[in-house]
Design a protein around this ligand. Structure first.
Ligand SMILES: C[S@@+](CC[C@H](N)C(=O)[O-])C[C@H]1O[C@@H](n2cnc3c(N)ncnc32)[C@H](O)[C@@H]1O
Length: 345
């Protein structure tokens, strides 16, 4: 039986046959073709068989790095076990995502301060705190924040409170900013580090009221509003530590926030964010983490990720009453981003 051009492409990719791949691409074969039964693309075949040059060629020829097979695996996962190939695909994916992100930002053509709220639907909904205080749910039963994240928030607080130029002495936690109150887990943890000042920005009126009911206006500088609107009112205030964890916003909003960091952080200050980037696929998650790392690097921040095991979220009971299980991975990559601006003399 004669093989179609597309089937020949898959075979040539698996064999690492560059001559045949060149010939087929010159003839205009569809490089994004996926086997109808398995969903495997030529790039997946080449990655699976560790054919590095074929992987490079196929990427250059325009094969999408992020196709999924029938079982939900991408080429990066087929490359698992071969660090060189994984790194190649990671780097390619991150660059592609950065180009896409830049194009999206350009097409929006708006600055953070003038953009209308992408999460305005969320901000107008009634929210609900579970009786045991372990869940904050939106009107559709989607979890805005859950108690299983407590240990992660403890570690994030430790990171943003234990670095920075002003951490010695009674206010050893320095000047700290948290964006997004939720269950107040990170704010409780920040308080244990005795910050010199503690600012909280919260946009949702129900969450703000909850925080007021818990007396947070006496423990911290609690500000109602979206960070996009509140930050410009803070003038030249600078912080030793900043944490960012909002809800209903996209990476574009986080990217807008990142652009403000050189103005908001003291030299040597630390930033961290809830790393829920593309959490449904480990390879996409890693690519998005790399994108954030590269983006922060251009702003003068050095990012490292700490792998933290997650036991709590694996327990199905934790998700009772929650519409969508938003975390399935058994680990979490916790970011520490240090601002390298030169120290002022
Ligand atoms: C995931 S929760 C934060 C959880 C928090 N880290 C904790 O430890 O409990 C996200 C919070 O961000 C708030 N939020 C959403 N958009 C915001 C915005 N643009 N500015 C400030 N807060 C926002 C939400 O109302 C919600 O309370």
């Amino acid at each position: 039986m004669e093989h179609t051009q597309e089937q020949q492409l898959l075979q040539a990719a698996a064999a690492g046959d560059l001559v045949k791949l060149n010939q087929l691409t010159d003839e205009g074969v569809d490089v994004a073709y996926q086997d109808p039964e398995t969903g495997m693309s030529a790039l997946m075949h080449a990655a699976d068989e560790r054919k590095k040059e074929a992987v490079e060629m196929l990427l250059e020829a325009g094969t999408p790095w992020n196709l999924l097979d029938k079982d939900g695996y991408c080429a990066g996962e087929y490359a698992a076990g071969c660090p060189e190939l994984v790194e190649l695909l990671l780097g390619w994916g991150a660059q592609a995502e950065m180009v896409l992100g830049a194009a999206e930002r350009a097409s929006r053509g708006q600055s953070a301060s003038t953009s209308s709220a992408v999460n305005s639907d969320y901000l107008q909904q009634r929210l609900h705190y579970s009786a045991d205080g372990t869940k904050l749910l939106d009107a559709d039963g989607e979890a805005v924040m859950m108690g299983w994240e407590g240990p992660l928030m403890e570690r994030h607080a430790e990171v943003i409170c234990s670095h920075g130029p002003d951490r010695a002495g009674p206010g050893r936690g320095g000047d700290v900013l948290n964006v997004g109150f939720g269950l107040g887990l990170i704010d409780e943890a920040i308080q244990r580090h005795r910050p010199r000042s503690h600012t909280i920005i919260e946009a949702h009126p129900d969450v703000y009221k909850h925080a007021l009911d818990k007396g947070w206006d006496k423990r911290a500088n609690l500000l109602l509003g979206r960070w996009q609107d509140v930050l410009p009112t803070l003038g030249d205030r600078k912080f030793d530590g900043i944490f960012f964890d909002t809800y209903g916003e996209y990476y574009g909003e986080m990217s807008d926030f990142h652009e403000l960091l050189p103005k908001l952080l003291k030299p040597g200050g630390v930033y961290s964010f809830f790393n829920g980037l593309a959490p449904d696929n480990i390879f996409f998650h890693t690519v998005e983490g790399r994108v954030a790392q590269l983006e922060l690097e251009t702003l003068g921040l050095t990012t490292s990720y700490e792998r933290v095991a997650i036991k709590e979220a694996i327990d199905e009971e934790v998700w009772e009453g929650v519409r969508n299980k938003y975390w399935k991975l058994p680990f979490y990559f916790l970011p520490t981003c240090i601002f390298n601006a030169p120290q002022q003399s």
